[in-house]
Design a binder for this molecule. Structure first.
Ligand code: ADP
Ligand code: MP5
Length: 267
């Protein structure tokens, strides 16, 4: 069985972070593993508090996985501080997994910050150059590329700039855009658009986590990068279509909708 590792934060409400990643990996059919970098007390409406795991325990978790199990792809999510970033980056440089999909998480869907403002320099200098694919949403791409993004052409310019910072490929996600949900992949030479109609829902907690871990899963299964993004886009669109209207804020994406519908069950 192919394996994928999520290095990210824990969302106790189960919609984003490590929990979304492992649900996605399981639904796609790879063996999911997790290195917890931060524990976030959050739900669909708010973040109550965040506590980071010590750099030593982050490093030890990564050692525990890599010394024992072949890792076919890694997904990196929330890294809140320069110390977390340095611990993860050092170990990724040591183990050099083939696929490293990095989602540079900065805010939760309800607007609460998940990355300290002062971490942006370390993100750019230390983390981004490790990405075989970086998957910023539009506000994150604006911060990293240092430019406003209002059009699809701006998305392309920002993707080029971010590739110039050392990411091998960049997928700018259009969930925060107006109109269709259009994402643009830049692989260093060509652009690939991925377009679906926008689903009218507030229940988008965990969409970015779901997409990046789906891409890592399909890369682990041997898909090409454009193919993995296409299949992951299909997966996240279905997970948003069947998102659960639970909680008082932005409800979570739903991962087992295909299983339930095949069993004739209700969602
Ligand atoms: N309302 C929506 N309808 C359809 N697709 C969406 C919607 N919102 C987000 N997406 C898609 O979900 C994925 C995650 O994007 P986005 O929500 O921008 O990421 P993030 O969670 O990092 O903010 C992208 O493929 C985006 O196009
Ligand atoms: C621990 C953690 N990691 C990431 C996100 C962002 O989730 P998304 O951008 O996918 O809604 C989150 N809310 N919590």
């Amino acid at each position: 069985m192919k394996t994928a590792l999520s290095i990210a934060g824990s969302d106790c409400s189960g919609g984003a972070g490590i929990q979304a990643d492992i649900k996605t990996m399981s639904a796609i059919g790879v063996f999911g593993m997790s290195v917890i970098v931060s524990v976030v007390a959050e739900n669909t409406s708010r973040v109550i508090s965040i506590e980071d795991v010590s750099p030593k325990l982050i490093a030890d978790q990564i050692d525990a996985v890599f010394e024992d199990i072949e890792v076919d792809a890694v997904k990196v999510g929330m890294l809140s501080t320069p110390a977390c970033m340095a611990a993860v980056a050092e170990k990724l440089r040591q183990y050099r997994p083939r696929h490293i999909v990095i989602d540079p998480v900065m805010y939760a869907k309800n607007g609460c910050p998940l990355m300290q403002e002062s971490s942006i320099g370390t993100l750019i200098d230390t983390v981004i150059p490790l990405a075989t694919l970086l998957t910023p949403n539009i506000p994150e791409a604006e911060k990293i590329a240092g430019m406003p993004i209002k059009t699809v052409d701006d998305m392309k310019t920002a993707a080029r700039r971010i590739a110039g910072l050392g990411a091998r490929a960049v997928l700018i996600k259009g969930g925060h855009y107006i109109g269709d949900a259009e994402d643009i992949l830049y692989d260093g030479s060509a652009f690939y658009p991925y377009v679906r109609r926008r689903i009218d829902t507030k229940n988008t907690h965990g969409t970015g986590c779901t997409l990046s871990s789906a891409i890592a899963s399909y890369l682990a299964l041997g898909e090409s990068l454009p193919g993995a993004v296409e299949r992951a886009k299909e997966y996240v669109t279905g997970a948003i279509e069947h998102a659960l209207d639970i909680g008082r804020g932005c409800g979570p994406t739903h991962h087992f909708y295909r299983f339930y519908s095949q069993q004739g069950g209700t969602l």
